[in-house]
Design a protein around this ligand. Structure first.
Ligand code: 9MR
Length: 387
């Protein structure tokens, strides 16, 4: 069945692509400024008619590699720096900023008519050593830590002001427990209290009132099975909104693993955030599975091979079904560069292109879903019964 469906839809993709290519260069709305036009069958072009941004994290930061840069530019309408806007990278030495990576990404995005997701201002990971050491050895007091954070957020958001579409202001504050709650042992919470999250949003909003400010986390769209983490974030964000905290969106990272099955309430969870008046986004999509050989990235079973495109497709469809879902971003697009094998022993195959940057079945599934979402299925001629 799956195979038949795929064949039929592939024909639909082809038909749409022909129609789009035949149209005049006006189709460049899908594309970009003069001189740059993405292919009609690219993910970004297929998603353009419904105004969904399809994105990728730029990991590795390989914008000089022609094959890599070609895919990054042609397929995606939004980009996220994998690491280049994190505090550790932008202020490796206290008081000395290095914006070079972030600036480079912003320039790449401008050339390719892409929007930028800024990532991330307040997180417990990838902090500069001078900061964590200073806090741990007592030379940086909590008061000073607070003013350092305020300065970090103001300086960074101001530096990129007007160039960032969505900022992941705060990242990964909730526990993976049932019930879930803001982690009291989180570096920021332990030193400055839970209210620091709201302050971060207020500071970011003051620095760039036009950027959309997101709370970003993993397993907050049902991936934990119990929905406990989603419930906790939902209750928290509802309260923040009541207090007037400038939070505009919730990002579900979307790091899935085929061994757990697809989280069927993803769409409902995204929708209930949207019903609070928030935008939503899938911000770091990938689907890992068990692999035979980490360097070859070949799944161990047929089931895994089938589950992989299925889960990408279901996740994309959950976003497509929710009007307020603005963007669907994958966390890197090539298996050779994914973070997964380094973090999950024995797992991999998590992205939509293989180790040689050839598109996988998950890529095709996304093309098909986007084509259907944007253009519908071809109309059938009426059937006449002959007696
Ligand atoms: O992809 C990032 C990788 O290069 C870094 O080594 C890692 C450090 O923790 O962070 C990765 O990105 C993370 C993102 O910033 C937040 N969500 C989880 C991502 C994968 O670990």
């Amino acid at each position: 069945m799956r195979v038949l469906r795929k064949t039929a839809v592939s024909a639909a993709v082809a038909a749409v692509v022909l129609a789009v290519s035949a149209a005049s260069s006006d189709a460049s709305t899908a594309g970009g400024p003069k001189g740059f036009r993405p292919p009609a069958d690219s993910l970004r072009a297929l998603a353009a008619p419904i105004n969904l941004a399809v994105g990728t994290a730029i990991i590795p930061f390989d914008l000089d590699h022609p094959d890599y840069a070609k895919i990054a530019g042609e397929q995606f309408s939004t980009v996220t720096p994998g690491n280049e806007m994190k505090w550790q990278v932008v202020e490796p030495t206290r008081g000395t900023y290095d914006w070079s990576g972030g600036d480079r990404l912003v320039e790449f995005a401008r050339k390719h008519n892409q929007k930028v997701r800024g990532h991330t201002l307040l997180w417990h990971n990838q902090l500069p050593t001078w900061l964590t050491e200073g806090v741990n050895n007592g030379t940086i007091s909590n008061d000073e830590l607070r003013s350092l954070l305020r300065k970090h957020i103001f300086d960074e958001v101001t530096h990129f002001k007007g160039k960032i579409w969505q900022w992941d202001v705060a990242n990964e504050f909730f526990t993976d427990s049932n019930p879930s709650r803001i982690n009291p042992n989180n570096f920021w919470v332990a030193h400055l209290g839970e209210g620091i999250i709201a302050d971060a949003f207020r500071w970011a909003h003051q620095a760039d009132p036009h950027a959309l400010l997101f709370y970003n986390d993993y397993n907050i769209a049902g991936e934990d099975g119990s929905n406990a983490k989603s419930d906790a974030v939902y209750a928290w964000v509802k309260e923040q909104l009541k207090q007037g905290v400038p939070i505009h969106g919730i990002g579900d990272q979307g790091h899935l693993d085929t061994q757990f099955g697809f989280p069927t309430q993803m769409k409902a969870d995204l929708q209930r955030f949207a019903d609070l008046g928030l935008k939503v986004a899938i911000t770091e999509a990938d689907v890992r599975t068990f692999v035979n050989n980490p360097t070859e990235q070949v799944p161990t079973s047929n089931l895994a091979l089938l589950a992989h495109p299925y889960e990408f497709s279901e996740m994309l469809k959950a976003c497509l079904a929710v009007r307020e879902c603005l963007s669907f971003t994958v966390w890197g697009f090539g298996d050779a560069d994914s973070w997964v094998p380094g973090f999950f022993t024995g797992e991999g195959y998590a992205t939509i292109y293989d180790v040689n940057l050839n598109p996988k079945a998950a890529y095709t599934a996304m093309q098909e879903d986007l084509a259907l979402a944007a253009h519908g299925a071809p109309h059938r001629p009426g059937s006449h019964h002959h007696r």
